[in-house]
Design a protein around this ligand. Structure first.
Ligand SMILES: [Fe+2]
Length: 129
């Protein structure tokens, strides 16, 4: 899990750097979403390891869907951004698989649907603000 955490920090640094190169900026909502995600993860961790690892796996599933959507929309010419997103996708999928292999609980469909809704809200608003 520590290696996965290091990779997440890399992902944030890569995205920040690429946004700067594209004369853009991260969403102003990032601190809010970071706080929410951290609190949800901490709450899952308080229940037990199976739920905590299950939360990681279900979250990575959402992240994977989001990154695949990005790859569909990123222009073919922007090879730099595509390479970052492709590498992130591969690493996030590994995080999810490792969390399930370590005994993570497979969240039921209704919970995943709720997480998908929350993820849509986060990504849509971050895109605009
Ligand atoms: Fe991850």
């Amino acid at each position: 899990m520590e290696a996965a955490a290091d990779e997440e920090i890399d992902h944030l640094a890569w995205c920040d750097e690429r946004l700067r190169q594209l004369h853009s900026r991260p969403s102003l909502l990032n601190p809010l979403w970071y706080g929410l995600s951290f609190s949800l993860g901490a709450a899952a961790g308080l229940v037990n390891d199976k739920v905590s690892l299950g939360f990681v796996a279900a979250t990575e599933e959402q992240v994977g869907e989001h990154l695949r959507d990005h790859l569909k929309r990123l222009p073919q010419e922007d090879q730099k951004s595509r390479a970052i997103v492709q590498t992130m996708l591969e690493e996030e999928e590994t995080h999810g698989q490792n969390a399930l292999r370590a005994g993570g609980y497979r969240f039921p469909k209704p919970i995943k649907a709720l997480m998908r809704l929350t993820s849509k809200l986060m990504t849509t608003s971050s895109y605009r603000i």
